[in-house]
Design a protein around this ligand. Structure first.
Ligand SMILES: [Ca+2]
Ligand SMILES: [Ca+2]
Length: 194
């Protein structure tokens, strides 16, 4: 315990981050070690290429999109607090400790997880997943296993099922509804949080 609490001192705003993200001290420490490992040139910030060292992401067909979700628009680096805030989306639900006086929705709530997933599709950030955007993700994920016609028909079916207002795009509400029965926690786990 003694050594881990002293290394906590190196972590900027550790207490605040734990409050905000719900990560335990041990978890935060592990993430910090992971961050330092990825931060090869020790600038205290990661660039997109540093994420290449995360095996699970490098192999993930939409790894690039997940990586870019760590960066605010126009930003080319991410510091430790922002890194942790993004990762908090992947923290399983049901481990939330009740916090006094905070009414704010936890970062890992179902809605926030879905928002995160939604933005992986909605690349132009107009609040809707267009047919083209859906196709891009499907193509990346299913790529070599299916033909272009099969891709088109999978996208078609997905849009038909989700698109309640018939504008040929999937809004966040529609996205949320269509995934009502899906266990998001299970789908959205990242290996290195384990
Ligand atoms: Ca869009
Ligand atoms: Ca729609």
């Amino acid at each position: 315990m003694g050594s881990s609490s002293s290394s906590m001192d190196h972590i900027p705003n550790a207490e605040e981050l734990m409050q905000e993200t719900g990560f335990s001290a041990a978890h935060l420490l592990r993430l910090y070690e992971r961050f330092e490992f990825l931060d090869k040139d020790q600038t205290g910030e990661l660039r997109p290429e540093d994420f290449g060292a995360i095996g699970g992401l490098a192999l993930n067909p939409i790894g690039d999109r997940i990586i870019s979700a760590f960066f605010s628009p126009g930003q080319e680096t991410v510091d430790f607090p922002s890194f942790v805030r993004v990762l908090a989306h992947f923290r399983p639900n049901g481990t939330n400790r009740t916090r006094n006086g905070t009414q704010q929705e936890p970062v890992n709530s179902r809605t926030r997880k879905l928002k995160f997933a939604f933005q992986l599709y909605d690349q132009d950030r107009d609040g809707k997943i267009s047919r083209a955007e859906l196709l891009q993700v499907l193509r990346a994920m299913l790529g070599i296993q299916v033909t272009e016609e099969q891709l088109q028909s999978i996208a078609e079916r997905a849009i038909q099922e989700a698109d309640l207002d018939r504008d040929d795009a999937i809004s966040f509400d529609e996205f949320k509804k269509s995934l009502e029965k899906v266990n998001i926690d299970h789908k959205m786990s990242i290996r290195f949080l384990k």
